[in-house]
Design a protein around this ligand. Structure first.
Ligand SMILES: [Zn+2]
Ligand SMILES: [Zn+2]
Length: 338
């Protein structure tokens, strides 16, 4: 098959690779109908993560089941499925506790920007729709693979509940989905921190009530102003840098929780402030499967339209241009179609 591969920082290609195949009886092979580029794909692209030259990249996709292993009971070739980026058996102690991303049989989608992807633990991971969905729904369905459940997880981990103020740090696709989640979970005031007009517009469409364009100390001062000096009841950290984590703790009110879902790179926690102000930290890699049934229902009923985070669609063969567009912040999130 052909798939997106990474060879070195800035060197992404669309080329011939070995077909994924059934390796375990619990596996399924999915023909990718739509895939996309994740903010976390930019970490290796920008040289912040180690790269195994020539390996496939891309962990977000939806598609049609092509083939299943002998132990797969709930899926058949032809089923349209959402593929969570992390696979889980949904039966072990960690899955039952709602931490499917730490499943004892955890696996990951490795060629979501290619023609086919292998799903380990198909029965425990995949969720299907009733027949082939309408094309117009594809972008929103694709967000269920990672970006929406990840933003949702930030809001849940931060303890967003009806009333109160939630502050979202990061205006990438995950942060925007965090805004959507905070609004859906009933936060009265949802503050999006963003300097970019097109992203501010999506944040507002997703339910942001306030936009703070300032960063660092000035950003913190604006949040203090908006909350009468109290601070935010819930903070969603959707970036993963030391600067964004510092801002998160700076704007959290005493007793609040920071929900973090940005893959941490070089983060040092302000443990003294956490102690003195009783500010907690929760979250991590999103247990996508835990949220999927609820989020799929919200998408199918039309109550949310998270597909708005995609502002560029390209043929899959042009994935290198998709990476450039996201790296240069010309695009928020890129959808790829074979
Ligand atoms: Zn992702
Ligand atoms: Zn498990």
């Amino acid at each position: 098959m052909r798939a997106t591969t990474i060879h070195a920082p800035g060197d992404v290609r669309f080329e011939e690779v070995a077909d994924p195949r059934i390796e375990e009886p619990t596996d399924a092979i999915v023909k990718v109908v739509a895939g996309c580029i994740c903010g976390s794909d930019l970490w290796p692209y920008r040289g912040h993560n180690d790269i195994e030259a020539g390996s496939t990249i891309g962990h977000e996709c939806v598609g049609v089941v092509e083939e299943v292993g002998s132990d797969v009971k709930d899926f058949r070739p032809g089923d349209f499925v959402i593929v969570p980026f992390c696979h889980s058996d949904s039966t072990c102690a960690h899955c039952r506790a709602g931490v499917q991303s730490a499943c004892v049989h955890a696996g990951f989608t490795e060629s979501g920007q290619g023609e086919y992807a292998r799903v380990t633990q198909a029965d425990g991971s995949l969720v299907k729709t009733d027949g082939m969905p309408d094309d117009a729904l594809l972008p929103s369905l694709l967000t269920l693979s990672d970006v929406l459940p990840t933003g949702w997880h930030a809001a849940v981990a931060a303890g967003v509940k009806p009333g109160g103020t939630a502050v979202v740090i990061g205006d990438g696709a995950v942060g925007l989905c965090g805004v959507l989640a905070a609004a859906q979970l009933g936060a009265e005031r949802v503050v999006a921190m963003s300097r970019h007009e097109p992203r501010q517009a999506i944040a507002r469409a997703f339910g942001a009530t306030d936009i703070v364009a300032e960063r660092g100390k000035e950003g913190g001062a604006r949040i203090a102003e908006l909350t009468q000096g109290i601070g935010a009841d819930a903070v969603l950290e959707c970036v993963g840098t030391d600067e964004s984590m510092k801002t998160a703790f700076a704007v959290a009110r005493p007793g609040a929780t920071v929900g973090f879902v940005g893959v941490p790179h070089g983060v040092e926690l302000p443990v003294r402030r956490m102690f003195q102000k009783n500010v907690g930290l929760a979250g991590g890699m999103a247990p996508v499967r835990r949220y999927l049934p609820d989020l799929l229902e919200r998408v199918l009923s039309g109550s949310i339209d998270p597909g708005k985070v995609f502002d560029l669609t390209l043929p899959m063969a042009e994935s290198p241009e998709g990476y450039r567009a996201m790296d240069e912040r010309r695009a928020i999130k890129v959808l790829l179609q074979p």
